[in-house]
Design a protein around this ligand. Structure first.
Ligand code: MD3
Ligand code: FE
Length: 203
């Protein structure tokens, strides 16, 4: 069912479940062309989350900052194309949440192993904040932190499970958010992993 989290934010429980198997096969192909890697933060830390990308633009981080790149910095080659099934799912989920015509040009694929976490941050490397963001959770359960417009605002802890899809836009677009350290509760299909797809209009 749908859970409204704010004026522009909706959690669609299990929305991606019918497509989960196809998504995992597509992720295996993306991973073969552009392997998961741990990027450096501008502050010199190594991210505990490993990532890769597909689509015209990919989110990257290094000592110079966070940004989008048309090429994989590890190889200099273009990121793998966004599988049509990915774009279709993101467009349909956005429409179900009230955002018609969402056409993502970037899909960040995050991989969490037990202990990996994502500290509280805002997504602000995109050109246009008018487009929503669509996020698809696969595999192990995560405790998502849903904050406010300021880092110091109180956070709500929200469980995200295999197949859950979140859509964020409008007034909720710049909320702080993060992911608590993952507990090892192996998933029947994915084992001790969590994969998150984040669809954005970045360019
Ligand atoms: C809430 N990834 O990669 S996106 C990220 O589970 C990121 O890997 C999360 O945050 C993950 O940047 C899931 C969820 C998300 C994205 C944008 C938001 C939540 C948001 C913008 C405003 C509020
Ligand atoms: Fe984020």
């Amino acid at each position: 069912q749908e859970q409204r989290l704010g004026p522009g934010a909706v959690l669609l429980h299990g929305y991606a479940l019918p497509r989960a198997c196809a998504l995992m096969h597509a992720i295996a192909r993306i991973e073969a062309a552009a392997p998961f890697r741990h990027m450096q933060t501008p502050g010199g830390f190594t991210m505990s989350v490993a990532l890769t990308n597909c689509g015209a633009l990919g989110w990257i981080s290094d000592r110079r900052g966070y940004r989008y790149s048309a090429v994989d910095p590890a190889t200099g080659a273009a990121w793998p194309a966004m599988p049509p099934a990915f774009a279709q799912l993101a467009t349909a989920a956005a429409a179900a949440a009230g955002y018609d015509g969402f056409e993502p040009d970037a899909c960040l694929v995050n991989r969490y192993l037990p202990g990996a976490r994502l500290s509280l941050h805002q997504d602000r490397n995109e050109r246009d904040y008018a487009a929503p963001i669509v996020s698809v959770s696969l595999g192990m359960r995560a405790r998502f932190l849903f904050g406010g417009p300021a880092r110091s605002d109180p956070t709500l802890k929200l469980p995200l499970r295999h197949g859950d899809v979140m859509v964020w836009g409008g007034a909720d677009r710049l909320r702080y958010h993060g992911v608590m350290p993952l507990q090892d509760e192996p998933h029947p299909l994915l084992g001790s992993r969590r994969i998150n797809l984040t669809f954005r209009k970045a360019g």
